[in-house]
Design a protein around this ligand. Structure first.
Ligand code: TRP
Length: 465
């Protein structure tokens, strides 16, 4: 049986879903640490420049292609030209690779909010253990991790099975404001701890000396990679959400709001995390170490209220993770659905989303059982499974797909093609000169630079250092 195409009920719902996709683990454990270790204010400056000259344009490109096609990512690229379907295929492979580690990380978040919740009442368990030991024991316990990953996948499935407005929009319009409030609670607590100002200094102290030499180049590569991952670009997600947006709404406005909101949450995440880390006299870190070891140590040192704040923080991170993963799952599922529609075949949304989620769960098994490389599984290309999947997605396919997309827009489709969709129903595409400049010059150069920077950082080639 065929079902009609979903749509967001309101622009607010669209923004919450898109910001939900963008705000994820990248904001919480990537941004604050990278900013702190890569020049503070200098990093922020370069980050903002990349958002303006690359991020806005790539976001606008994805929303516009998606809405114009009204279809999932593969059919959307086919609309541009038969030979471009390959870009959609890249996006799908990238999306599946991302999900193949992201769901395991979502499972870690669930375990941590559950354990902190229990500790509120027992004042034991995670609260009394050594945080490093606790984390290592947990991730090495494959059965438990797989069980939490299964729960995380099922929750994703339940939300996207509800459809676009009844599932995704309903969930994100509640979850994202809740995330925002929880973030503010944690920021207030973090900043009010004695000694917290050292954390603010770590993050914000500008090191402008990097602009005197070539130091800014490697910072630009770091900032560019971070912008790119954080905005959820180069994947099925934003094109698919664009395809569900009403023709009445302004694509340009939304393409600015989403990256700005995402960047604000990244900075707020820094305010929530770093002051507390420094107040407790801990070393700052990035990645899973920051989230699951350093921060848990902070909560353990906080006394009786520790588990309460621990629960709030890990619940917030879980929300950030699941609103990102549903966007990718929806992107993959809708690509499949629309390919069936194009062939005139019948489909069942429930069946397709279930198969996709099941496949994603299976692909997560190596990540879940790998204990971040500490287990006994064979390591592909010498990477742990998380890094291997991440290399495929974030390292190669996402930036490559986006590079090709901006070149297609700048050199094949041109601004009139974009304006035709953007200016529907009385909307205006202002600053066409700016957008044209982005698609022809800054976005392709920026994306090429980001692609090289990503490969450089995965293989530690040292090109930019
Ligand atoms: N932006 C998300 C984060 O910051 C993760 C992410 C990267 C993502 N690429 C994506 C989410 C594509 C959805 C789609 O953690």
């Amino acid at each position: 049986m065929s079902e009609s195409k979903g749509q967001f009920n309101s622009n607010f719902g669209f923004i919450m879903a898109s910001v939900g996709s963008a705000v994820g683990l990248g904001n919480l454990w990537g941004f604050p640490y990278k900013m702190g270790t890569s020049g503070g204010g200098a990093f922020l400056l370069l980050y903002v420049i990349v958002v303006i000259f690359v991020g806005f344009a790539v976001t606008l490109g994805e929303f516009t292609i998606g809405r114009k096609a009204g279809k999932g990512v593969i059919e959307a690229y086919k609309m541009i030209g038969k030979n471009y379907a390959i870009v959609g295929v890249f996006a799908i492979i990238a999306a599946i690779s991302l999900l193949s580690f992201y769901c395991t990380l979502g499972a870690y978040c669930m375990k941590y909010f559950a354990s902190n919740f229990v500790a509120i009442f027992t004042h034991g368990g995670i609260f009394e253990a050594d945080a490093t030991q606790y984390f290592n024991d947990f991730i090495s316990n494959g059965g438990v991790v797989v069980a939490f990953t299964a729960i995380f996948c099922i929750l994703n499935l339940v939300i996207i099975m509800g459809g676009v407005s009844g599932g995704i929009e309903k969930f994100t319009t509640i979850a994202m404001p809740a995330l925002f409030i929880m973030l503010i609670i944690v920021i207030i607590k973090s900043i009010s701890l004695p000694g917290s100002s050292a954390g603010l200094e770590f993050m914000f102290k500008p090191d402008m000396s990097v602009f005197a030499g070539t130091g800014w180049i490697s910072i630009l590569a770091t900032a560019g990679g971070q912008v790119f991952f954080s905005l959820s670009l180069g994947m099925a997600a934003m094109i698919t959400y664009g395809s569900y947006l009403s023709k009445k709404e302004s694509l340009v406005k939304n393409s600015i709001i989403v990256p700005v909101a995402d960047s604000l949450v990244a900075i707020m995440a820094g305010l929530a995390v770093m002051p507390a880390v420094f107040a407790m006299g801990l070393e700052p870190a990035g990645g899973p170490g920051l989230l699951f070891i350093t921060l848990q140590t902070v909560f353990n040192d906080m006394g009786a209220v520790g588990p309460i704040f621990g629960f709030v923080l890990y619940f917030l991170v879980f929300i950030a993770a699941i609103t990102s993963s549903i966007s990718v799952l929806e992107g993959v599922s809708s690509a499949w659905i629309d390919a069936k529609v194009a062939k005139g075949q019948d489909y069942s949304r429930k069946k397709i989303t279930s198969i996709v989620t099941g496949a994603v769960f299976i692909l997560n098994l190596p990540t879940s059982l790998d204990a971040l490389g500490g287990g006994s599984l064979p390591q592909p290309l010498g990477f742990c499974w998380l890094d291997f999947y991440d290399l495929l997605a974030e390292g190669i396919l996402m930036p490559l797909g986006s590079l090709i997309m901006v070149i297609i827009i700048g050199y094949k489709l041109h601004m009139d093609w974009m304006a035709e969709e953007i200016e529907l129903e009385g909307n205006k595409m202002g600053a066409k000169g700016f957008w044209n400049f982005c698609y022809k010059v800054t976005a392709p150069i920026g994306m090429l630079f980001i692609l090289v920077g990503q490969i450089d950082s995965f293989f530690k080639l040292g090109i930019f250092s």
